[in-house]
Structure formats: C-alpha cells, structure tokens
Design a protein around this ligand. Structure first.
Ligand code: ADP
Ligand code: MG
Length: 698
C-alpha cells in the first residue's frame, strides 16, 4: 500500500536514528514508550526552570527556584535525624547551605573548600535559614569560562527514568527541535481552522514547549493553560473525538449478552449493604439496566463527584450479569483501590449473596495467581476485581459480559481496549469518573458514549470545613490533630513535594512521619508512600481502616478512591503546589462518615495573590463543578512552582479539568473535518492514538 502523503515518515522514524541512541538508551526510552521521533516530540517537559540569571544569595527567598554562583566555604556530613551532606556556599552578598540527603563520597569530594560552583534548585526554609534542597551543582573551572555562558531560553525538565539525565534529554530533543524549524512535521489541521480559532501550527507549538523563551508565562505553563499547550491539547482532544465519531459511524454490533434486570438480587444486596439508594444512584442504575437488557453493547460513562457512591452503582451493574451466571471485570488504577474494591465486593457478593469473587493484582505470587485464574477461567468467580493485571496474558474469562473501569481517566486508551478484548462477545462497558464535564458538552464530545450523572451525595453528608493556614502555625495544627485523634477521630496528613522523583517524595513523607511521631508520641501513626511495596501499603491502609492507626502520613498515593469513613480530618501540606482538581480529590477522602469533617490547607508563605485565591475557592465550596469552573476563571501571572497537574493518563497533553473550553472546539472542528477531509481526520487519529485505530472507547 502506498503511504498516504499525510503520513509523516519523519514522525515515524525510529528513535535509534538519533545520535547517542544505542541499544541501552533505546531500551530506556522504550520503557517510557518512546520508540520513534513522534514519541519524543510528544514527550513534553514537566516543568521549566529559569537558568538565565544568577541570583544574589542575599536575595534568596523560600519556595522559589533560584540559581547562584559562589565558592564552597565548607562541606561536612551532619548527623541529625537523618544523615545529610551540608555544604556552605558564599558569594559577595552572603552565604547559604546546600543540603543533600543522599550523596556519594565523590559528590562530597567535588565540593572541596574554595571550589567555584554554580548551584540551582529549590530554595526552602531549613535548619540554617533558607537552604537549597538537593540542588544541581556544577563545578566551574576558571579556564573553561567560555563554557559557562548562561542559556538564553528557559531550561525544560523532562519526565525521566533512572539513568537518564536532563542533559541527555536536552541532547536528544535538540536534534528534533532543530528539524521542527524546517517544517518536518505535517500540519493536519486545515489552515482555515487555524485562522478562525487563532491557532499556531503544531510545529510552532512543539518548538515553543520544548524550548520556551525567557519571557514565557511560567504560571500558565505550569497549569497547562499556555495557548501553545492548548493548541496541542486541542489536537489531542480532536483525535479522541474523531475516533469516537468514526466508531459511531461504523455502528454497533448486536452481539452482547442481553441481561434482563434482576430486581430480586438488587433488593437482597441493598438489604445486605443497608443503604437506601440516592435518587441519583437509582436513576443511573435504571439507565444502566435499560442498556444491559439489550444485545447492543452498552457504552456508558458515569460521572459523579468524589464520594457520590459510584462503587455501589458498579456493584448493582455487576449483579445484572451475575444473575445470568455471567462475569464482570472491574478494573481499578491502583492496587490500594483494587484491594479495597475486592474487600467490599467480597463482603457484599460472597457473604451477602453467595456469589464468588476473584481478584488479580501484580504482586500476587505464582500460586495465588493460579488459584485466581482458575476461578476466573472456570467461571466460578462471577465478579473479578483487579488492576491492569486483569488483561495480562494467561487471564481467560469464562464468560465476560460486562467490564467496569473505575477512575476511567487514570487509564490510557490501550489499557481500556485490552480489557475489552478479553471477552468473546462484545462486553457491555461501564466507565466511572469523578472528572466533572457539563453534561451536554460531554454528550457531544463523547459521540457514541452515553452519559449518566450522579448529581447528588448520599444523605447525611456534612460539607468538609476547610481552613487555610500558614506553615508557621504548624505546631498548633499538630496539637489540634493530637486532640482530635485522642477523642477517637482519625486523620490523614498529606505530604506534597514539587520534585518529580518518587524517592524524594518518599523521603519527605518519611521525615514528616518522624517529626509527627516525635510530636505526637502517644498516637499510632502510619506511613504510605510510593516506594513501599504494595503489600506494605495495603498493610498500612488496612490498619488505618481498622482504626489500629490514628493518623496516616501519606503522599498523594491516597488520592484516588480510598474510602475510610471514620477518617474526618485531613492536613494537606503545601496545597499551593497542587491543582485544584487534585486537591478536591484528596479532600474527598474525608467527609464520608457521620462526623463533622475538616481539612487544613497548610501553605508555605509567601503566597501569591492568585495562589491565595485558588486556596480560597477550596475553602468556599465542596462542589467539584464549581471548583473546576472557578479554577479556570482566575488564571493570571504569578510565581508558581507547581508541576503539571497529574492524574489524567488518558491524554498526553489534554486535561479534562482544565481544558474544558476546548471540547466544544474539538467537536466543531471534528464535524467539518470528518466530512471535508476524512484523510486528515484519520491521520490525526493515527498521530495521537497510534496504529491501533480501534478506539478510544470510553
Ligand atoms: P465514589 O463515588 O467517590 O467512588 P464511594 O463509592 O467510595 O464514592 O462512596 C462513598 C461512600 O459513600 C462510601 O463509604 C459508601 O459506602 C457510601 N455510600 C454510597 N452510597 C450510599 C448511599 N446510598 N447511602 C449512604 N452511603 C452511601
Ligand atoms: Mg470511587
């Protein structure tokens, strides 16, 4: 077949054609999903730093990113709570300490007294006043002076993996960036759309985002709201929309199992669980059951704010399949969440109804996995809960009738598709999400997907009271937590760290845990972070759930789905670093029980005006929709350090929380493009969703 002129051979050139990519590098890049030029072009910086200037030591301020030059005055290993390397650097205006928690002997030697260094990194308030926390240090050799020119553009920081330095990323991307300028990337969006919507070309956008100029608006970039990020996000949303449209055009098959409504079992489950459904839950369950009753495969997305009771809705759907002796697979994005669901479902289905459940997660040993697989392939287990392990090779469902994807936005298109392919017939598909998109917009964007909304919280919920408090009043917050826990309440303490490294995040959480253990020695305090094994994480979560722990110190690993109704207090450190959507998800972990709940946003001074406003939004409302809207309204310049908002993995660039204004545009462009230029439409799908064009089923 002749290659379509729209297909870009440049984009598909193997990454090994770049200088410096040998077999080892190829393997490392493949781990990050990078195998061709296009993948690397779309591997965008996670943040940017300004290394174009040198700041005087006297001018350093906490919570900023800075670069200084000076001489090493001293370097020694300090033995506090943790061993650390402390190095003092002086310039003409003063001196400052650099602190490293992990370091090698060679690193220490490099920092000999009188060495000239350039230091850049995050400035924090530390034991000796402001300090650099794990900065990058470059030794300046006077003879090489010409090498130390300051860059004239912002320095991009790429998401990385062990053994791939930022220098290497620069070397690699430099090779592509230079070719962007010569127009090697095809523009697939018609120039008339570019003009009407005032869009720049894809090449311009990629060039800018890989190498932004010094005056780029860092605040916008950190929120993903820069016009050129939005240009990319628009094309990505367009690709998804087009793919959904194509699917709609192809029409539905009619080979799903028809599952008549099993009212009796429903009643039995509700009696066992002891809840009365909210009106919204009942309505959504009706909608689902109507779909399930026909041979046309259901494609339904349920939107419901955090805490609205989506799990029970999922259970009610699973019951319809179980009643016919057919299987349901429920996929969750993390092991913590899969385990929680498995426990709930086991209690509800096995104890309550005598319906067997199985589960699959990555950490299960060979023997355990075999047992679970047997129950799944024999059809003995009718409800199967798990992580992505559900669609690994060797997992054979006996008769899969329904797939449920919890926290749908946490899965990429291919993962969702892989689960779908486990069924012999077309399985019905239900997706659950807490990302709020206005209903009419969602309906037009999702083309062939039906939307249900749970727009009501279970009764008796009291809104979470939110306080915005500065770090210098941390002691009184700790005291308050102590008192609350003594009176039988449970609390979360959430640590956030700007560093992308999981290791550093874990260390920060560990340090906070140690500090809290000291300050609140009469409490039982647990710790979960990404560096623990999943068994260790579960152990801590279970202990917390069973109230063997009073306080749980955690990184944002607890953001999705965790449900411990007795926990009614949450402290979030440095909330100014997180997106509001993420804060809302985190805060949604409390306020799930009878007790009055509260959330303390413990921020670091000084707070910019905009940052202040954003935290005030959190204080003034508990409504996810309102928060998303307000978040969009108050963008403006400011000195934000934040990383790009995390969580949404279905897209590379787009984010349904922040890019809602682009959905309508994607729909508008998509409609015309599909009619007028189907080849371009197809190339856009191919560019963003890859060769497997089967589709971005939600
Ligand atoms: P989410 O929508 O965030 O996934 P969950 O399914 O975890 O929410 O439900 C939140 C909490 O509300 C859980 O503790 C759940 O048991 C409880 N819940 C769900 N539905 C009801 C209901 N109809 N009445 C009372 N409590 C409910
Ligand atoms: Mg949930």
């Amino acid at each position: 077949m002749q290659a379509s002129p729209l297909e870009s051979t440049f984009e598909l050139t193997p990454i090994t054609h770049l200088k410096g990519v040998g077999p080892q590098m190829e393997e490392k890049l493949a781990k990050l999903g990078i195998t061709c030029f296009r993948d690397l072009l779309f591997h965008l910086p996670i943040r940017y730093i300004d290394q174009t200037q040198i700041t005087d030591v006297a001018e350093l301020r906490p919570s900023t990113y800075a670069q200084i030059e000076g001489v090493v005055v001293s370097a020694h290993v300090a033995y506090g709570k943790k061993r650390s390397l402390v190095c003092k650097v002086r310039d003409d205006t003063g001196s400052v300490c650099l602190r490293f928690f992990h370091f090698t002997a060679a690193q220490k030697e490099r920092l000999a007294t009188d060495t000239q260094v350039r230091v850049c990194g995050e400035v924090k308030r530390g034991a000796t006043g402001v300090e650099f926390f794990h900065p990058e240090v470059e030794v300046l050799v006077p003879e090489h002076e010409q090498h130390y020119e300051l860059p004239d553009r912002l320095t991009p920081i790429y998401p990385s993996t062990d053994g791939l330095t930022q220098k290497r990323w620069l070397q690699l991307t430099d090779q592509l960036v230079s070719r962007l300028k010569s127009g090697q990337v095809n523009e697939l969006i018609d120039s008339k759309f570019l003009a009407t919507h005032q869009l720049q070309t894809l090449s311009q956008a990629l060039l800018y985002l890989h190498r932004p100029p010094v005056d780029a608006n860092l605040y916008e970039l950190s929120l993903g709201l820069h016009p050129l990020q939005k240009r990319l996000a628009l094309e990505e949303l367009l690709a998804h929309h087009l793919s959904l449209r194509e699917q709609k055009l192809r029409g539905n098959t009619h080979d799903a199992y028809a599952l008549p409504r099993a009212k009796q079992l429903e009643r039995k489950l509700l009696d066992f669980v002891g809840f009365t459904l909210t009106n919204a839950q009942a309505r959504v369950i009706d909608e689902i059951c109507t779909d399930l009753a026909t041979h046309t495969p259901m494609r339904r997305l349920v939107q419901g704010d955090v805490g609205s009771g989506k799990t029970l809705v999922a259970a009610m759907a699973a019951i319809q399949a179980a009643a016919q002796g057919k299987q349901t697979a429920l996929m969750a994005p993390t092991e913590i969440l899969a385990e929680q669901h498995f426990r709930n479902f086991t209690r509800w289905f096995e104890e309550g109804l005598g319906i067997r459940c199985a589960w699959l997660v990555g950490r299960q040993g060979v023997k355990e996995r075999r047992l679970q697989n047997e129950a799944i392939s024999s059809g003995e287990a009718l409800v199967v809960v798990g992580t992505q392990a559900l669609f690994q090779e060797g997992v054979e469902f006996h008769d899969l009738a329904l797939t449920i994807i919890d926290e749908q936005h946490r899965f990429g298109v291919h993962q969702r598709l892989a689960l779908q392919q486990k069924s012999k017939t077309s399985a019905h598909q239900l997706s659950l999400t807490a990302t709020p998109i206005p209903r009419t917009l969602a309906m037009s964007f999702y083309a062939n997907i039906d939307i249900s909304s749970i727009d009501e919280l279970p009764p008796g919920r009291k809104p979470v009271t939110t306080a915005v408090i500065a770090q210098n009043r941390r002691d009184s917050v700790i005291e308050r937590i102590g008192q609350a826990c003594e009176s039988g309440r449970q609390a979360y303490w959430v640590c956030t760290l700007i560093e992308d490294s999981e290791t550093l995040q874990a260390q920060a959480a560990q340090a906070t845990w140690e500090m809290l253990c000291e300050a609140l020695s009469h409490l039982k305090i647990g710790l979960v972070h990404g560096r623990l094994s999943s068994a260790e994480k579960d152990e801590q979560m279970q202990a917390f759930k069973q109230h063997q722990l009073d306080l749980l110190v955690a990184t944002t690993v607890i953001e999705v789905g965790v449900d411990v109704p007795n926990a009614s207090l949450m402290v979030i450190e440095n909330p100014e670093r997180l997106g509001l959507a993420q804060l809302h998800q985190l805060r949604g972990r409390v306020g799930r029980g009878e007790a009055e709940s509260s959330c303390v946003l413990l921020y670091q001074k000084p707070l910019s005006k905009v940052a202040r406003k954003r935290l005030d939004i959190m204080r003034s409302t508990n409504d996810g929709f309102v928060i998303a809207e307000e978040d969009l309204r108050i963008r403006g310049p400011g000195e934000v350090l934040g990383t790009r908002q995390t969580g949404d993995v279905q897209f590379r660039v787009a984010n349904l929380d922040t890019h809602q204004d682009l959905l309508a545009k994607a729909v508008e462009i998509g409609e015309t493009l599909q009619k007028e230029n189907p080849r371009a439409a197809h190339a856009i799908i191919e560019r963003w969703l890859g060769h497997r064009q089967q589709f971005a089923d939600v």
